[in-house]
Design a protein around this ligand. Structure first.
Ligand SMILES: CC(=O)N[C@@H](CCC[C@H](N)C(=O)O)C(=O)O
Length: 382
């Protein structure tokens, strides 16, 4: 339950955006809201472009030598919200359950700061669609609209429910995993529940396959390495007394290297081929969207971590050098193209990312706006 009586401007913006969650590349209302807000800012130093449902804003520096980038993702998830908010989702079945509502309001807050306060270097603000899938970062990096505003360094944050407000957690090197979506469709033969010997039951095949897939992690991946296979959704069958002709598993693979990703995929393919033989069924694998790992460039990240540690901040900050996580983020594509970093921003709350009860502590919003506005100002003075 939110306790703020008079929410700050950007907390209110977060709440407005929270009400209108939209899936990747369908963020039409979100884009409209962001564009209307950006149009309300002083326009002297701003230039705005759109790309699909994304937005790119150029802030012209006073004597630019470099260009810094700041990226916020804007899409939501197919989750039915179960918070106590009075500003809960107005789109049934959809929710900002990964913090992108905060990411956007923080991005707008930093942009507002630099629309009002001149900065020497140029800035590019990227409001990127489809982070949760199918991935907006890669096509956006290749788009014409970004070409002449491509930053020399780029930064982003992600909310972290497990850390209290005031925490900044990051590390040089790998921060988030390589990801691949995973869709497996099994086709057998439907029939009457009472005559299983005349049918070929894909519910049984799917259940066995889910168990077998976990042996890839426990038996094929080196125990000193890390990998995840999560099957988040199973569909199969039509009715309780009809044997299922088809079943579909939907999941995701996470690894800390491209080599382990190849190993995991080849083992999945072997198990699925074995399943075809064992159950005399047909199986199709589709890997969907793949994301590059989020790899923080050592020098730029070290500079940020030192700055956070050595600077007097208006609110006490705790810097944590964290370990990598098996989350994925297509911001990894930006970090492959230009040096920069992502960091975790503490929003201390008991429910985690992708949970229907996620209620981030909104005090993190103004804190992050202040933090990144000061960091970008400092960077531009170096
Ligand atoms: C930060 C976060 O939660 N990101 C998502 C990215 C999803 C990538 C892709 N759709 C997949 O499921 O593999 C995550 O689930 O980590």
């Amino acid at each position: 339950m939110s306790v703020a009586v008079n929410p700050s401007r950007f907390v209110q913006i977060r709440r407005d955006l929270h009400k209108i969650p939209e899936l990747g590349f369908q963020e039409f209302k979100t884009q409209r809201y962001l564009l209307d807000y950006i149009a309300s800012l002083p326009q002297e130093r701003l230039e705005v472009r759109t790309w699909r449902t994304g937005i790119i804003v150029n802030v012209k520096g006073t004597a630019p030598k470099r260009r810094f980038g700041y990226r916020a993702d804007i899409d939501a998830l197919p989750i039915t919200e179960d918070t106590g908010y009075d500003f809960r989702s107005e789109h049934p079945g959809f929710m900002h359950a990964c913090g992108h509502d905060l990411h956007m309001s923080i991005g707008l807050g930093i942009l507002t700061h630099f629309a009002q306060q001149p900065i020497r270097d140029n800035l590019t603000f990227i409001f990127q669609p489809a982070e949760e899938g199918p991935g907006g970062a890669k096509p956006m990096l290749e788009c014409e609209e970004l070409r002449d505003w491509m930053p020399d360094e780029i930064f982003a944050l992600h909310i972290a429910p497990e850390y209290p407000v005031g925490t900044v957690a990051t590390k040089p090197g790998i921060l988030f995993a390589n990801t691949s979506e995973l869709f497996i469709t099994l086709t057998g033969k439907g029939g009457h529940a009472a005559f299983p010997h005349n049918a070929n039951d894909m519910v049984i095949a799917a259940c066995q396959l889910v168990g077998q897939l976990q042996t890839v992690i426990s038996r094929n991946v080196n125990p000193l390495d890390s990998a995840v296979i999560t099957i988040g959704k199973i569909d199969g069958g039509t009715k309780q007394n009809i044997i299922a002709e088809t079943a579909r598993l939907e999941g995701t693979i996470r690894t800390l290297s491209a080599e382990t990703m190849s190993l995991v995929k080849s083992r999945i393919e072997a198990l699925v081929a074995g399943m075809e033989t064992a159950f005399a069924c047909k199986a199709e694998i589709d890997y969907g969207a793949n994301y590059r790992q989020v790899f923080n460039e050592a020098d730029v990240t070290g500079q940020f971590m030192n700055w956070v540690r050595d600077t007097d901040h208006s609110m006490p900050l705790q810097l944590i050098e964290c370990t990598e996580a098996m989350t994925g983020e297509d911001f990894g594509y930006f970090l492959e193209a230009v040096p920069g970093f992502m960091f975790w921003l503490g929003v201390g709350t008991p429910y985690g990312l992708h949970h229907a009860k996620l209620e981030p502590d909104e005090r993190a919003i103004d804190l992050a706006i202040d933090l990144m506005s000061r960091f970008l100002t400092w960077k531009s003075q170096q």
